[in-house]
Ligand binder design. Sequence first.
Ligand code: NDP
Length: 484
Amino acid sequence: MKFQPIASHFINGEYVEDTAGEHIDVIYPATGEVIARLHSATPAIIDQALNAAKAAQAEWAAMSGTERGRVLRRAADIMRERNRELSILETHDTGKPLQETLVADATSGADALEYFGGLAGSLTGEHIPLGGGDFVYTIREALGVCVGIGAWNYPTQIACWKGAPALTCGNTMVFKPSETTPLSALKVAEILIDAGAPKGVYNVVQGYGNVGASLITDDRVAKVSLTGSVPTGRKVYAAAADGMKHVTMELGGKSPMIVFDDANIENAVSGAILGNFYSSGQVCSNGTRVFVQKGIKEAFLTRLSERLATAKIGDPLNEDVNFGPMVSENQMNIVLGYIAKGKDEGARLVHGGEPIDGDGFYLHPTVFADVTDDMAIAREEIFGPVMSVLDFDAEEEVMTRANNTEFGLAAGVFTNDLTRAHRIVAGFEAGTCYINTYNLAPVEAPFGGSKMSGVGRENSKLAINHFSEMKTVYVSMNDVEAPY
Ligand code: NDP
């Protein structure tokens, strides 16, 4: 096994195994080869991880913010030093091209560790003066043990986007990666220990959805942060509500991208490529409903097809390759099902639409034109390399159609009309919007969804509020007046 870790789980600063847990085969999506074999967490492992996180929390929270921040910033440096090795692992776990993982995974995780590490020393409450000399002060406190549950598309990034703000605030974490991509979170845990994090501060347990479900309902857990689909989000939110736990939900989307006829077509095509085919289309915020104004539709499609024909599809470890396989055979089959539906429903196939022969889970980047709002490929999240191009005539019409979805993760507009761009963005029912670009997610900016796409925000200073709470302290400088 090429990437067999020492053991399946990382608890209290060390690798831990329990072979009684169900088998998890980790498959390299480019070849179908098994690269590691792990075990799902048993109840004993879950208990051990929660105990470790609980035991470590008070001491971690009692350290100064500057000390906690130093650990996170050291971890960021180690991640950057080990970027190539971590990227090769991420490519094996996910199938994403090394060309991408070298710049978008461990580096993005390191950005989160560095950013939140930098904030740690400045997390404070406030002083609120009241009449007659009385005052209130607030203390920003950690929530306690936080559970992170990850999707399979950005395993390192998700492990850090959840871990960094949680740890900065003095919480500890038990993280459960998707069983499809379980390897890189173990490296994040190792790196935090190498950076000086006390044992038990960041733990990783493997497993299927049932492991996530047991973590959420445990009394030792104060908060759950999930990245996953809307159906899973519903279940996790409901389970957390029972224990009145804090939640962050980063869920799915079917985001609109609107291209007006005054847009720079080359930039709009670039945005549509980035927003549909990066990571083989397995990105939650993708702009998969591309509304193109009728006057430029054919020019847009022609240029898009020309540029897609130059995509380098192949071995993801070859750094010239920029389009890799889907994460799993299962996901490839889901996407093929949607491609068949698109054809059945009468959409015009402009590019791709077929799997690629071989052992890996490869599909061609696929574009449908003449898509209408009622087609399944325009309504449902596909989570693969399938772009739906829809036509429109007027601004008011496209605004209504763009918002006509239960999702609200992201939305974008391409136009050279400044006032129209801002008018459109003001009208979007989405948490993350783009003008003349698409799919950027710098750690300094809040990221998250509206409507069914989520609750709360990741990244930016806002994430601090989702991993801490305020204690209010009323101080009287006067005698206490009582009625009798
Ligand atoms: P899933 O919703 O299937 O799974 C997400 C995680 O939740 C997995 O670790 C899964 O474990 C776990 N899980 C499943 N059921 C439960 C349960 N009942 N209780 C607790 N945990 C559970 O998503 P995918 O992994 O398939 O990821 C794709 C989805 O994630 C897409 O919808 C995508 O849009 C979304 N996503 C959202 C992002 C965002 O930031 N908004 C970013 C990336 C992806 P297991 O895998 O074993 O089922």
